[in-house]
Design a protein around this ligand. Structure first.
Ligand SMILES: *Cc1c(COP(=O)(O)O)cnc(C)c1O
Length: 420
């Protein structure tokens, strides 16, 4: 992609004006003004634009009601808006139909849904699931629960020192025992984007379905589930500038159709009797109980917002920030970046020699700079790189080069503080 052509059309100051929280300051003290917020923790959760906040407020003030069950006016209009959000998600992922889209509470719940419903039905003792060493715990622990239950094995694809997935090792791990590949599409620590289309093709050659954890990939790039040929694809709404309490499971319909319910309750049944209960077709089969109605509608508006800016333009802007920030940070003596895969997402994990990441995070916060520190829900990866913790700066569509400078200045201040 030619960033020179795309960049001038992306007016980051105008974009920032859409996010009320970005104009606040932090750490104001009596008589002393606060520091402007430099929010570099969007990989943990992204801020929300006015459009999303307003849409949710408007829905609550004017149209709110429960969905799917009512014949009255409000219930029907609320249902229409909820189902419209499903169509928006389908378009966002280029899914063949909105019937492929299941709403969950989070990415975590989406993985658990597949592990419970698909995993417990179609996997048995001795079967293998292949994951990578850079998975978020959300794409590890549900499989470990399945392991305890069913006696399956979890095989792990390594990464090299740059954080690039070892495709040869993946090829070697694929066997007749492999029953599922569950792989991140973008690492929340290293930023590594995995070659989803190639992974899917290699797995499909052996008839193995593939689940991608797109929690980070979907926000930084254009995802086309049909082009990838993903069997399952997972997103989390709050990292897509939408509200918490919203997650997405995309599934190929023939797979969803043969999967039993994950949870039982209202809205997922055809009929209930004590002699036997019949279930609705997907996606309703997997949406027991009242969903996060307002929030799902908010998520739809968040996706509209991203589309209105242009997802290619967002990606180009973030790529520029990644390159600039990486270049500036690498001039700091003793700073080490983890994850240097080509084509990576705008996530920079780093350590500073002689300084604990928690101390670094606490001090840069005094300068208004919000970064994440710790293990980032990816302990096996931390072990792979032999670090207890890192600091992580993650960039979003509303960040600026000036904010990257603020990060570097605050890191230099940390260095001076510790004499490191
Ligand atoms: C954040 C994240 C998750 C979990 O998302 P939740 O919203 O907490 O369920 C899973 N995988 C990756 C790669 C993530 O970044």
């Amino acid at each position: 992609m030619d960033t020179q052509i795309t960049l001038p059309t992306f007016d980051v100051e105008r974009v920032r004006a859409d996010f009320p929280i970005l104009s606040r300051t932090v750490h104001e003290r009596k008589g002393k003004p606060g520091k402007p917020l430099v929010y570099l923790d969007s990989a943990a959760s992204a801020q929300k634009p006015r459009q999303v906040i307003d849409a949710m407020t408007r829905f609550l003030e004017e149209d709110y009601s429960n969905i799917h069950r009512g014949v009255h006016f409000l219930s029907q209009t609320a249902t229409d808006q909820f189902e419209e959000a499903r169509r928006k998600v389908a378009r966002f992922l280029n899914a063949p139909s909105e019937r492929n889209i299941v709403f969950t509470r989070s990415a975590t719940e989406a993985v658990n849904l597949v592990a419970h419903s698909y995993g417990r039905t179609f996997l048995s003792e001795g079967d293998e699931i292949i994951v990578s060493v850079m998975e978020h715990h959300a794409n590890i622990v549900p499989w470990q629960l399945l392991q305890m239950d069913k006696g399956i094995r979890i095989r792990v694809v390594p990464v090299d020192e740059h954080g690039v997935l070892d495709l040869n090792a993946f090829e070697d791990l694929l066997s007749d025992r492999t029953k599922l590949v569950a792989m991140t599409h973008c690492s929340n620590v290293l930023g590594t984007v995995t070659p989803a289309k190639i992974i899917a093709r290699m797995a499909h050659e052996r008839g193995v379905p593939v689940l991608f954890d797109g929690s980070q990939a979907a926000v930084h790039g254009v995802v086309d589930v049909q082009d990838i040929d993903a069997d399952f694809y997972i997103m989390t709404g709050h990292k897509l500038y939408g509200p918490t309490g919203t997650g997405v499971l995309y599934g190929k319909y023939d797979l969803l159709k043969k999967m039993p319910p994950y949870q039982g309750g209202g809205d997922m049944i055809e009929s209930v009797s004590f002699e036997g209960t019949t279930f609705k077709a997907p996606p309703a089969r997997f949406e027991a109980g009242t969903p996060a109605i307002t929030e799902v509608i908010g998520l739809g508006v968040a996706l509209d917002y991203m589309e209105s800016l242009g997802r290619e333009a967002i990606a180009a802007h973030e790529h520029d920030l990644l390159q600039y920030a990486t270049q500036q940070l690498s001039q700091v003596d003793g700073l080490r970046v983890y994850g240097t895969a080509p084509g990576k997402g705008p996530i920079i994990s780093f350590t500073l020699e002689g300084v604990h990441p928690h101390d670094l995070g606490t001090i840069v916060d005094q300068y208004g700079v919000a970064v994440r520190v710790g293990r980032h829900c990816a302990e096996p990866l931390m072990e792979r790189f032999g670090v207890g913790a890192t600091a992580r700066a993650s960039f979003a569509l509303y960040n600026t080069r000036a904010e990257a400078d603020a990060l570097v200045e605050s890191v230099i201040a940390v260095k001076e503080f510790f004499g490191a």
